[in-house]
Design a protein around this ligand. Structure first.
Ligand code: UDP
Length: 407
């Protein structure tokens, strides 16, 4: 069980992050592939070639590489990428033959890869592990107006019924898999993702603010893809309810401010509630620069309606910043309410405003919660996520009923 074919059809591990379709999953695939490689597994990540400037094969670290397969046009939007699955498979078979490779396990990420993985694992007679990252049925339940295709929901059901094991990021996701997709107990394994504790470290806040040219003495931060599900409008409305906004900067990192209609909508919300001048949309920021943004913040806010894990909240914690998050998904498991930040069970601005006010006006509380957050995040490196996956691969190889045993 040494060679892993990791499928990430639409989430390239070397893609630029923070755009509409690039975020946590790309990071997850990159970091687990690297950590598994460091443990001695040989990992090939197969992804759709989306940028002609990338080499076909690129190293991700020791024993880990990404293989770009030309399936469909480079700029195919995620919503149409299912059309590329047959060509993706053809190219993958050809690459495998050209290098005479044999794999011991297929690990697929997201439903598009899960669909390809069903075919591959069946053909190769090896176990198939799937990580969904997000579940369409759960997404649609979480916010009025969220739409996902019937094709996606049906394919997710087929994957859930056809794989040997599923990796869920939280117990909540495992329960959702059981209730919404009928996944039997024992098939879904909870393995929490992690945070790059070498990259995400606390810096001096004043130096960080100076580096970013922030003049205000209080900073509220949000980082991530810009989409309605992230509840950024709730944060903007909460900031508008603060007693005194004159010395506060609300930094919203992610997306493409010059072209994204959702950024435009959020700008309008900010000006409607009268805080347009206090809000900065920075656009996407290279991940290596994010520790400066996190370190400049007094408080990090993630008001998402749905969050399968929410890596950004854990990154903020690793930089010593208290987190105020909606009580969903990952944050619910790693934000300790009233210890490392606050969990908010309602999707409305008032409780966020209250908690933000509390932290901004109480530096002692902010410092002690920040320190507790940092300590909590330091226990969650990617190596433990990879160890969990590795143990799962071994258990499938050993199981008498597994595909690998030909049962
Ligand atoms: N990210 C980044 N630059 C940005 C915005 C986001 O590097 O401008 C990264 C961030 O560090 C995090 C990931 O994108 O690792 C977002 O992951 P998260 O789980 O928070 O959200 P998702 O994309 O899965 O919804």
């Amino acid at each position: 069980m040494n060679r892993v074919a990791m499928l990430s059809l639409h989430g390239c591990p070397v893609a630029r992050l923070g755009e509409r379709d690039t975020g946590g999953m790309n990071v997850y695939v990159l970091q687990t592939a690297r950590a598994l490689g460091e443990m001695g597994r040989r990992v090939d990540v197969y992804t759709r070639w989306h940028d002609p400037r990338d080499e076909q094969v690129m190293s991700l670290g020791e024993n880990a590489r990404v293989v770009h397969l030309k399936a469909g046009p480079y700029d195919r939007p995620k919503g149409d990428a299912h059309r590329d699955i047959p060509e993706f498979l053809d190219k993958l078979y050809a690459f495998r033959r050209s290098e005479d490779l044999a794999y011991d396990v297929v690990h697929s990420h997201y439903w598009l890869s899960g669909a390809a993985g069903l075919t591959l694992a069946d053909e190769w007679g090896v176990p198939h592990v799937a990580t969904f990252h997000t579940l369409s049925r759960k997404k649609m339940q979480s916010r009025v107006g969220e739409r996902e295709s019937e094709l996606r929901a049906c394919t997710e059901t087929a994957i859930a019924g056809g794989v040997d094991a599923i990796v869920a990021s939280t117990r909540q996701e495992r329960d959702d898999l059981a209730h919404l997709y009928g996944v039997p107990a024992g098939r879904a394994h909870v393995i929490a993702p992690g945070v790059d504790t070498k990259l995400f470290r606390r810096m001096d806040p004043q130096a960080a603010r100076a580096a970013l040219g922030i003049a205000e003495s209080k900073v509220i931060l949000s980082v991530g893809r810009i989409e309605p599900l992230k509840g950024i409008d709730i944060l903007i409305r909460a900031a508008a309810k603060l007693e005194d906004i004159s010395d506060v900067r609300l930094l919203i990192v992610g997306g493409s401010p010059s072209s994204d209609p959702e950024v435009e909508r959020l700008r309008q919300v900010a000006s409607e509630v009268g805080i347009g001048r206090a809000v900065t949309f920075t656009g996407k920021v290279d991940q290596t620069e994010l520790p400066t943004y996190y370190s400049a913040a007094d408080v990090f806010v993630l008001a998402s309606y749905y969050e399968s894990f929410g890596l950004v909240a854990l990154e903020a914690m690793a930089c010593g910043v208290p987190v105020i998050a909606s009580r969903v998904g990952g944050p619910r498991t790693f934000v300790r309410d009233s210890v490392t930040g606050y969990l908010i069970p309602w999707q409305c601005p008032e409780p966020y405003a209250q908690r933000i006010e509390m932290l901004l006006s109480n530096p002692g509380l902010q410092a002690s919660m920040g320190a507790a957050a940092e300590a909590e995040a330091s226990k969650m490196g990617w190596d433990s996520a990879a160890r969990g996956a590795s143990e799962l691969y071994d258990s499938l190889a050993a199981a008498p009923w597994s595909y690998a045993a030909g049962a």
